[in-house]
Design a protein around this ligand. Sequence first.
Ligand code: NI
Length: 189
Amino acid sequence: MAILKIARMGQPVLLQPALPVENPGDADIRRLVADMIETMEDARGIGLAAPQVHVSLQVMVFRVPAARVSGEAEDTPTGTVVLINPTVEAIGEESRLRWEGCLSIPGLRGAVPRPWRVRYRGVDCDGQVIERVASGLHAGVVQHEFDHLAGILYPMRMQDLSRFGFNEELERAASPGAPSSGSPSGGAS
Ligand code: NI
């Protein structure tokens, strides 16, 4: 296993649509997934997509800590999830602004409008189909990683750039005791 170098915004690989994986069980893909998990954990992120480690393939990993589940029906905490060749579809019309950070845009955070509830589907390295419904942070991280596979970074989704800034400044400006959904705290991906 190895900790991989994370591409930062400005690297062309982050704007390139990733290719589907032909054989998710290949040794190369298993090694990539293991390295991506190690890299995500080392960076204290909650998600990572292969283009962020300079590999333009449709592979993502993420984890939803138990403390961060939305409480909505069917939205459960996950261990580390490996999703290859994923699809994501919005459920319902509701969209909300949530703060997001990105390991490829270190130190910054922005409020991004996203569908609140999604269904995602993909396979893991054993070819097992993973299909889940997610809300809140869980839905947000899946959409953020899915965007990486399409060459989209979260600032490209933002409608109000006045809610984009450095973590330290946003945290200093946030009023004490503000609810966590409105504060810029949380993991990057
Ligand atoms: Ni990201």
